[in-house]
Design a protein around this ligand. Structure first.
Ligand code: ADP
Ligand code: MG
Length: 243
């Protein structure tokens, strides 16, 4: 369902993604771990062209693009197959929680306002924030803001949810509620690719763990095998530090 071949991204002389190959089955939950600066965010952002990759083929659902000759309409078609959860929530400060969730449905998918608002209210109820529909982000806790960010991604019902360190900007007191919501999304077998430093969480929800270092997938496998018996010395060194 998702297939990536030879994905390469350079910033000047710095090769940040070095020919990434990756296939993800429908309903699979894949977690990416690895040191800072190794290209995890760039991988997620390249998959939906928030960052334009230099080379590589990306297939998500029915859409295939070749990074070297992609047109704007194809970028948009690919982006529609994805939803994104950002580290810093990336909510619109001037919009209510309901409108933050509805906005993409209206602008990216062309839904009527009334339908999008109704859907947003349904989602808010699902994520336990029905009473915050008319609240602006500044009036919400960090945990609530990120739950809105996740709700926005849920509303899109995209082929794959791309989630970049969803709890790393949160005060510790809000981490659990966000992980619990993501666990529900994972339990519903939403296909997801999640970058996280929450190792126990990754182990709980993922079907597969990828360890990235230096712009490459160094090692991958089932969570138990990766955490108890990593093969590559770089994986071992990383896990020794974080576990
Ligand atoms: P990670 O998410 O694994 O911490 P990133 O994907 O954010 O890593 O970054 C990988 C590398 O790419 C880093 O060396 C970072 O400095 C560089 N990088 C990321 N974004 C940009 C950018 N917009 N311009 C230049 N360099 C960037
Ligand atoms: Mg990152």
């Amino acid at each position: 369902m998702i297939s990536v071949k030879g994905l390469t991204k350079r910033f000047g002389a710095n090769t940040v993604l070095d020919g990434i190959d990756l296939d993800i089955r429908s309903g699979e939950r894949v977690a990416i771990i690895g040191p800072s600066g190794t290209g995890k965010s760039t991988l997620l952002r390249s998959l939906n062209f928030l960052e334009k990759p230099d080379e590589g083929m990306i297939t998500i659902g029915p859409v295939t693009v070749d990074a070297r000759r992609v047109r704007a309409a194809e970028e948009l078609a690919l982006r529609r197959q994805t939803s994104f959860v950002f580290q810093n929530y990336a909510l619109f400060a001037n919009m209510t929680a309901r409108d933050n969730i509805a906005e993409g449905l209206i602008t990216v998918r062309g839904w009527e306002k009334a339908r999008a608002h109704a859907r947003a209210e349904e989602i808010l109820a699902t994520i336990g924030l029905a009473d915050k529909a008319q609240s602006y982000p500044a009036a919400l806790s960090g945990g609530q803001q990120q739950r809105v960010g996740i709700g926005r991604a849920m509303a899109a019902e995209a082929e794959i949810m791309l989630i970049d360190e969803p709890t790393s900007a949160l005060d510790p007191e809000w981490v659990d509620e966000v992980l619990q919501l993501l666990k529900r999304v994972a339990d519903a077998r939403q296909t997801m690719l999640i970058v996280t430093h929450e190792m126990q969480f990754a182990r709980d929800i993922a079907d597969r763990i990828l360890f990235m270092d230096g712009g490459k997938i160094v090692e991958q496998g089932a969570p138990d095998a990766m955490f108890t018996d990593p093969k590559d010395p770089r994986t071992r060194a990383f896990l020794r530090k974080v576990l």
